[in-house]
Ligand binder design. Structure first.
Ligand code: DQA
Length: 149
């Protein structure tokens, strides 16, 4: 059984009512349910956290270890601003996948920069809730490969 910490950043608790023309009508609870159900199929266990606070996100990353084998993270706005999140990911050294609901490159230029891009195994964006499910499958593949080597 693999253990995965899933971290949702600021304002993602508002999904469903937040800028529906951009993020659609799906709620964070729906995404979490879909993730939990896929995790069951893949024999993975999830710890899911949402925070609006940068320091809390740093702590969630630090506390992922030793329980978690990997991290899925959508830092939301902190993606584009936070050296602290980058440093936290580097310091735990767990394989991580960066997720975004939207294709940030089709949006404002300030969203084009990700501070954490260099510290993650890969980035999945633009597929709405499906981005998270694809990230879980990516993690499965990363962990399987590392078990073989
Ligand atoms: C987001 C994209 C970010 O630019 C934005 O600040 C978010 C959500 C996404 O999932 O598409 O809050 O991370």
């Amino acid at each position: 059984m693999k253990h995965i910490t899933v971290i949702h950043g600021p304002n993602l608790n508002m999904l469903g009512s937040r800028e529906a023309e951009i993020y659609g009508s799906i709620r964070l609870e729906d995404i979490n349910q879909r993730l939990t159900s896929l995790a069951g199929e893949l024999e993975m266990e999830l710890r899911i956290i949402q925070t609006n606070h940068e320091g809390e996100m740093v702590e969630s990353i630090q506390e992922a270890k030793p329980w978690a084998d990997a991290i899925i993270i959508n830092p939301a706005a902190f993606t584009h601003t936070s050296v602290a999140i980058l440093d936290a990911l580097k310091s735990v050294g767990l394989p991580a996948v960066e997720v975004h609901l939207t294709n940030v490159y089709a949006r404002e230029t300030f969203r084009h920069r990700s501070y954490i891009a260099g510290a993650v195994a890969g980035r999945i964006m633009g597929f709405g809730a499906e981005s998270y499910l694809l990230a879980l499958r990516a993690i499965q593949s990363i962990l399987e490969k590392s078990a073989l080597s």
